[in-house]
Design a protein around this ligand. Structure first.
Ligand SMILES: *Cc1c(COP(=O)(O)O)cnc(C)c1O
Length: 417
């Protein structure tokens, strides 16, 4: 980068505006920014003002495209600003947004509490619904002609439920017309960008809370949207006018995080595997929700997992025997995983979905999503896995036996590694 005096790392361009060398250059930059003419061969849009573009953002966006094999990327100052800017760009009053359930709480509120105020209707479906049933649901709704976007989150938070992306593309195509292509957008925060690439399965847009794995250190809030150059051009245009772009310091932090992204996600996954297997054989655990534990007996879910996920990732949910009381005893006795929401960071985190991240969902709906009072969600970090197992073991020891029978001792760590 000639601008940076040979620095091995991209400097932070903490500047709001950029100097034009001549008035003619300034004119040329604005011609491209406003799309007043096509670029000459080799001509790129020059730097104008940091709400439109900034070197740190551009370097970050180019690097992020590599993981998903996307043509272009727009970076944002939060996952929610990436999601809200994208939804506002592609939805208009009267449109219907079809979405999987459950969704991230902020996204759900945006859809049902805010988009509805702009005349955009939502139609939700259970994330694991069969393709034929979903087609029937759309037909029956009487809204198929207004369908504009399918918004998905897979694996679903917190239970790791899976949605078949290829089937969702088929459904989008089924209801698209030559004039209107129904856009498939996937929030890939849980497994991406390393372990799942939705664009390969027919998605048009991939969204991230870069606060999670991409940032990876619980020290920055950021987001991203990726897809074709044409769609991202639209997203970036609205981003310019909403002002939801990432700042240079945020982009710089993410550039640093990207260098260890794969190492972190691989180590986190390795730890999660060991912990999931430990939990699965623990007498005080009723059920473990972890993609790595799926096998042929799980049928369609296993088939989707094998086809579209490259790894089970590092999010583990499990049900403690008992109810909320037992789950709270477990959480209150943890020392190493911290009791906090968010996920994907180097440190392990634990939380209680029914009363925390998913507290806003009506109890009956929550139960139908498998978010039970005894469910605990763990985001596994990069700590020494033996320390984590020790800590989880002692916190489970603190949970009172729900049925009075003496439990066999859990396996030793040596058997699990
Ligand atoms: C955290 C999260 C978001 C929101 O991202 P922010 O960076 O907090 O704005 C969206 N989707 C998923 C799946 C998330 O986990």
């Amino acid at each position: 980068m000639p601008l940076s005096e040979g620095a091995i790392k991209c400097p932070i361009f903490q500047t709001s505006t950029f100097v034009f060398r001549t008035a003619e250059e300034g004119k040329a930059h604005f011609e491209l920014a406003y799309g007043l003419r096509d670029p000459n061969p080799g001509e790129e849009m020059g730097l104008i003002y940091s709400r439109l573009n900034n070197p740190d953002l551009e370097v970050l966006e180019e690097r992020l495209t590599l993981w998903d094999g996307a043509e272009a990327c727009a970076s944002f100052d939060s996952g929610m600003s990436a999601i809200s800017t994208t939804l506002f760009e592609f939805l208009r009053p009267g449109d219907v947004l079809l979405h999987s359930n459950p969704l991230y709480g902020g996204t759900m509120h945006l859809i049902s509490g805010i988009l509805t105020q702009f005349g955009i209707e939502a139609l939700g479906f259970n994330a694991e619904m069969e393709e034929n049933d979903l087609v029937a649901l759309i037909e029956r709704s009487g809204k198929k002609d207004r369908l504009a976007m399918i918004f998905l989150e897979t694996p679903g938070n917190p239970t790791n439920c899976l949605t078949d992306l290829t089937a969702m593309r088929r459904i989008a195509d089924l209801f698209s017309t030559p004039e209107k292509r129904i856009i498939v957008a996937v929030d890939n925060t849980y497994l991406g960008p390393v372990f799942q690439h939705p664009l390969q399965f027919g998605a048009d847009l991939v969204l991230y809370s870069a606060t999670k794995y991409i940032g990876g250190h619980s020290d920055v809030i950021a987001g991203a949207c990726l897809g074709s150059a044409a769609l991202i051009h639209r997203v970036k245009t609205l981003r310019t006018f909403l002002g939801t772009m990432a700042g240079p310091w945020t982009a710089w932090l993410l550039l640093r995080s990207l260098e260890t992204l794969k190492l972190r996600m691989e180590q986190q996954t390795e730890n999660a595997w060991v912990i999931a297997r430990y939990l699965a054989q623990h007498p005080k655990v009723e059920r473990v929700h972890y993609l790595g534990l799926l096998d042929e007996s799980d049928g369609r879910r296993y088939e989707i997992y094998k086809r579209q996920c490259l790894s089970p990732g590092a999010m583990v949910a499990f049900e403690v025997k008992g109810g909320e009381k037992e789950a709270f005893v477990f959480l209150n006795h943890l020392h190493i995983p911290k009791l906090a929401v968010s996920l994907g960071s180097t440190e392990s985190l634990a939380q209680h979905p029914a009363t925390m991240t998913h507290a806003g969902i009506p109890p009956q709906e929550r139960a139908s999503m498998g978010i039970t009072p005894n469910l605990v969600r763990l985001s596994i970090g990069i700590e020494n896995v033996e320390d984590l197992i020790w800590d989880i073991g002692q916190a489970l020891d603190a949970v009172e036996e729900v049925n009075a029978h003496a439990a066999p001792r859990p396996a030793l760590i040596m058997d699990l590694l």
